[in-house]
Design a binder for this molecule. Structure first.
Ligand code: DAH
Length: 339
């Protein structure tokens, strides 16, 4: 009997099974009630008393090693199992949610689409700019206090390199490489050194417009802006232009639209004036045309610039503009249907 056990112990490690059925056959052969090991257990009764201890230990060893071997073979099958047998194709898919377009992108795209239809093409420029394109070429004098209106981020060792404070810098970039007729809009991100609050952030988005040709007048500007306001906020929308100041336009104006919450009657949103401001605009200052290589005796032009956050706030009544950059999906999901 001892010899038989020894023989089986030799065999254990070389046992293999090619598939689950072969493994089950091994289990039945060795470990089932009628299996080899149980038969040996039954014979154990007949082992002479003085050999019982040694044979018993060997028999136990055989049983344990056989159980381990079969369990190990089973594990290799299970780790190879790719699960297809249990794949239930009728189950509902794991809910991977579709994202939504960001409200600022929805509004920016809408602005772009309106101006595209009016014949404006898109121009782009860098966010990391130099002083010339942001300020000097736009007719900001060296120490002019208007530079303080747009306090920006400077690099101490390179004060000439700045983050652009407005998309007006793209006007300069377009003019220096092209001649009129020019009709572009320039959407993009801008930066200012602002204390962050519900109404100001250190970065926001603008869309700039520039039109230069022969005989461009303030009337053209007004008509294009009225068209834009009515497409964006509805056909009943009225516009109002108030005189203002920008270094790069002369004359300059600020444009208000009739408050679309109270319809112009006056409410808390429009501070009981019936009007809300949405953009700055004006006729391009001849000094800007000249600084950027365009003959101001032949050409005239208009320009405008609007804040995308401001327009989004108006359209969707978002009160705190910090929400635009908090990445809270509950807020973003609100715009699912606006896509
Ligand atoms: N750049 C101005 C700002 O950021 C906005 C602006 C005003 C742009 C008048 C223009 C313009 O092109 O004509 O405050």
């Amino acid at each position: 009997m001892l010899a038989k056990i020894e023989e089986l112990l030799q065999e254990v490690d070389s046992l293999t099974a090619g598939n689950a059925e072969e493994l089950e056959a091994l289990r039945i052969k060795y470990l089932s009630k009628k299996g080899v090991i149980n038969a040996l257990m039954a014979d154990f009764r007949n082992v002479p008393a003085e050999q019982k201890k040694e044979v018993g230990m060997k028999l136990n060893e055989l049983k344990n090693r056989m159980q381990e071997r079969i369990a190990a073979l089973k594990e290799t099958f299970e780790s190879q199992d790719n699960g297809t047998a249990e794949l239930d194709l009728t189950r509902t898919a794991y809910p991977i949610e579709l994202g939504t377009r960001h409200p600022l992108n929805i509004v920016r795209n809408e602005i772009i689409s309106i101006f595209n239809r009016l014949g404006f093409t898109i121009a782009d420029g860098p966010e990391v700019e130099d002083d010339w394109h942001v300020f000097s070429s736009m007719n900001f004098a060296e120490d002019h206090p208007a530079r303080d209106m747009q306090d920006t981020f400077f690099i101490e060792s390179h004060p000439d390199i700045i983050l652009r404070t407005h998309t007006s810098s793209v006007q300069s970039r377009v003019m220096e490489v092209s001649q009129p007729p020019i009709r572009v809009i320039c959407p993009g991100r801008v930066y200012r050194n602002e204390a962050i609050s519900y109404r100001a952030h250190c970065f926001f988005h603008q869309v700039e417009g520039l039109y230069i040709d022969k005989n461009v007048s303030f009337t053209d500007l007004k008509q294009v802006l009225l068209q834009f306001a009515q497409e964006m906020f509805g056909p009943e929308t009225k516009i109002r232009l108030r005189p203002s100041y920008f270094p790069f336009t002369e004359p300059s104006a600020e444009m208000d639209i009739s408050c679309d919450i109270c319809g112009g009657e006056g409410c808390a949103f429009c501070k009981y004036t019936g009007w809300v401001e949405i953009l700055g605009c004006g006729m391009v200052d001849p000094a800007v045309l000249e600084a950027n290589g365009i003959d101001s005796k032949v050409y005239t032009g208009y320009a405008f610039g609007m804040g995308v956050e401001r327009i989004t706030n108006l359209k969707y009544k978002v009160k705190d503009l910090r929400m635009f950059s908090e990445n809270d999906t509950r807020f973003l999901k609100e715009f699912e249907s606006a896509n």
